[in-house]
Design a protein around this ligand. Structure first.
Ligand SMILES: Nc1ncnc2c1ncn2[C@@H]1O[C@H](COP(=O)(O)OP(=O)(O)OP(=O)(O)O)[C@@H](O)[C@H]1O
Length: 661
């Protein structure tokens, strides 16, 4: 960074000024909120003011501006994570999501968009350390700037950071794409899909009131990943977002284990039909008259009439629970109509009272029973004849047999539901009752979800979705083969865009990973990297009982500023390796717990997806290939977690697939 002392001081002064403006805005907002509270004004408005005040907090981890452009306006334009007013209706800092800020991200030498100079500021915590200038003349090199490269290679401790200061043009187009249809972002490892998806959520929250009102739901593959990403949106000032794992979404915190083929069957979309039939098959046929005796004259509604009312409701496809309520209203209206035909004029109140009466409730519940998801599912799993009726023409006899429990529990409360069962219970819960939906859903690692899991995500969405994923990284027995299939299950029309430049993984590491890619997904193009580092890969041979020692020496020899180390190993080897590392004095922590003192995390290959580490130690790649059909894909995922360095430690010959022989 070449910096003129006078100009640097002026920029620091500008930052101090922006902070003063922000503090003033925030104080004003808090003062208004308190005054409104004292007056007993609208609680929603007061809550909104407090939320805004939270968003205006001056945070150490998020300096008030990170960039500046000169050219489009007479005065320089400063760009930051949020708008800061100068008290005179002029912005001291503009929000990165405004149209003007687009120029900061997209201007190039060939198409400068009136920008003559782009300035990027460097910070250490909240202290400005310098800046870097790009002069957008036709000779300007649009490749990855040294500044951005340094940002990517900064030591990573703790959870994922936002990339708002360095979003690249290809990524910016995805972030700001309109949300009228669902969007699938397909991209190789490290192309920034997760980062882009989260920034897009922040962008949509800013742009669309409708999404702001209903909030954003971010769904990731597992809790480790959710911890890894959950700081990005709050750092961008967005708090109306819920982060959850796919299992957490359907309440499958603790789930029983299950054979993958049975789990895959339960994830098949045909189960939706079976469940639908199971619920609606519980609607009984009315057999008795509904006789109302507290009217004059008495009124009788015959079973055939009740059946017509029930049939109409069945045709409307209302959720089961609300349909029961509607049935009560319709029965009461039928009584009213009959009274009117006899010259009476029953009031609305009397009709409502009848609809809510014990008698009407009793009648309707005898036709339309109160059901619980667990009872419906348990009946399917424990009553082969009932299952055969509901699965007729949908599941083969063998598939039906695979679902029936050998020793079903007496009650649903005692059932040990598996992860796939929880998805079915969720489907049932939504069939039985309407639930609240979210304004926009971001689904990460979307290639791994079963049809039934996708339905669980899709039905929570009141607007559209952003799906992030990589078909080459699909490692489940139930993932769907194409993005069109995924969109079809979600019930949303959408477009697929591709990101093909990796910012995380150096080219030397990708060269190895791309050989594996040619094996696991020959139809997908190899990913190229924006970064290259000659010493990015080391291969170390170790004795079987010397792996932990080799890793301990590597960590001890690595300067703190080189960041954290993630050891990735076959799932079955994780616990023995954890014990061996602890015995060597380098006890591993969870990825989101990494810091300057605890610099080693251990991750089973099955949980490595979406994570990243400055240095990755991949232990015994041949053991990953032993993990069944998904082995080569797990290897592809594991190889591509490194930001700066990949060390492969092996105790047996390396798989040919790696081309390192
Ligand atoms: N524009 C950028 N500026 C700075 N860093 C970036 C940028 N784009 C990506 N990165 C870095 O690359 C990392 C990878 O991004 P991300 O996890 O979003 O990629 P991904 O495509 O989801 O990868 P994977 O498929 O391997 O999970 C980010 O943590 C970030 O550090």
């Amino acid at each position: 960074m070449v910096v003129s002392a006078g100009e640097f001081e002026a920029e620091r002064q500008r930052l101090r000024y922006a902070r003063e403006c922000l503090a003033r805005d925030r104080e004003e907002m808090l003062r208004s909120a308190k005054a409104m509270e004292a007056r007993g004004d609208d609680p929603d408005l007061i809550a909104w003011l407090y939320r805004r005040a939270f968003q205006l907090e001056d945070r150490d981890d998020a300096p008030l501006f990170f960039g500046r452009i000169d050219g489009p306006l007479p005065e320089p334009v400063y760009i930051g994570r949020r708008h800061v007013g100068d008290g005179d209706d002029e912005p001291a800092v503009i929000d990165w999501r405004t149209g003007m800020a687009t120029r900061f991200y997209r201007a190039t030498g060939a198409e400068p968009m009136e920008v003559v100079r782009r300035r990027r500021f460097g910070f250490s915590d909240d202290t400005m350390t310098g800046y870097d200038d790009e002069h957008l003349t036709p000779e300007f090199d649009d490749g990855l700037s040294d500044f951005v490269r340094r940002q990517i290679e900064l030591a990573h401790y703790g959870p994922m950071r936002d990339i708002v200061a360095t979003i690249q043009p290809d990524q910016d187009h995805v972030v700001r794409r309109d949300a009228t249809r669902a969007l699938v972002v397909q991209g190789g490892p490290g192309t920034g899909k997760t980062a882009v998806g989260l920034h897009r959520a922040a962008y949509l929250l800013y742009e669309h009131q409708q999404i702001r009102r209903r909030g954003v739901l971010v769904v990731g593959p597992n809790d480790t990943f959710v911890h890894h990403i959950s700081r990005v949106l709050p750092t961008l000032g967005e708090v109306d977002c819920r982060h959850v794992s796919v299992a957490g979404l359907v309440g499958a915190g603790r789930a029983a284990a299950e054979d993958p083929p049975v789990a895959a069957l339960k994830g098949d979309r045909r189960l939706a039909t079976v469940l639908h039939r199971a619920v609606w098959s519980e609607v009984g046929r009315p057999t008795e008259d509904f006789l109302v005796t507290d009217t004059s004259p008495y009124i009788r509604v015959h079973p055939e009439e009740l059946e017509v009312l029930a049939r109409d409701l069945l045709a409307d496809r209302t959720a089961f629970g609300p349909a029961r309520e509607l049935m009560r209203d319709r029965v009461a209206n039928r009584v009213r109509r009959k009274l009117e035909l006899r010259g009476r004029a029953p009031s609305d109140t009397a009709t409502r009272k009848l609809a809510r009466s014990k008698q009407a409730r009793g009648l309707v519940e005898s036709i339309w029973p109160v059901l619980k998801p667990g009872d419906v599912l348990l009946r399917l799993y424990s009553d082969p004849e009932h299952l055969a009726r509901c699965a007729d023409g949908v599941l083969s006899p063998d598939e039906q047999r695979a679902l029936v429990l050998a020793e079903p529990p007496a009650r649903a409360r005692r059932a040990r539901w598996t992860a796939a069962d929880h998805v079915l219970l969720d489907e049932l819960a939504w069939l039985l009752d309407e639930q609240t939906r979210t304004g926009h859903v971001v689904l990460d690692e979307a290639q791994d979800l079963s049809a039934m899991q996708l339905r669980a995500v899709g039905r929570r969405c009141a607007g559209t979705l952003t799906l992030l994923g990589d078909l080459a990284q699909q490692t489940t027995a139930w993932g769907l083969p194409t993005w069109d299939d995924v969109l079809a299950e979600l019930g949303h029309a959408g477009d697929v865009v591709t990101l093909d430049t990796s910012y995380r993984v150096p080219q030397q590491v990708l060269d190895i990973a791309n050989r594996v890619l040619a094996h696991v997904a020959p139809d997908l193009p190899p990913t190229t990297s924006a970064r290259s580092a000659q010493d990015a890969v080391t291969v170390l041979r170790a004795d079987t009982d010397g792996v932990a020692r080799v890793i301990a020496e590597l960590v001890e020899g690595l300067p703190v500023e080189k960041g954290g180390v993630g050891v990735i190993t076959a799932d079955a080897d994780a616990e023995p390796l954890r014990a061996a590392l602890t015995a060597e004095g380098v006890e591993p922590v969870l990825p989101h717990e990494l810091d300057r003192r605890r610099r080693l995390a251990l991750v089973p290959a099955g949980e490595a997806k979406g994570l990243e580490f400055d240095t990755v130690v991949l232990v015994d790649p041949h053991r990953l290939l032993d993990q069944g059909e998904v082995g080569p894909r797990l290897l592809y995922v594991a190889l591509t977690r490194a930001i700066s360095h990949l060390a492969i430690v092996h105790t047996a010959d390396l798989p040919d697939l790696l081309g390192l022989g």
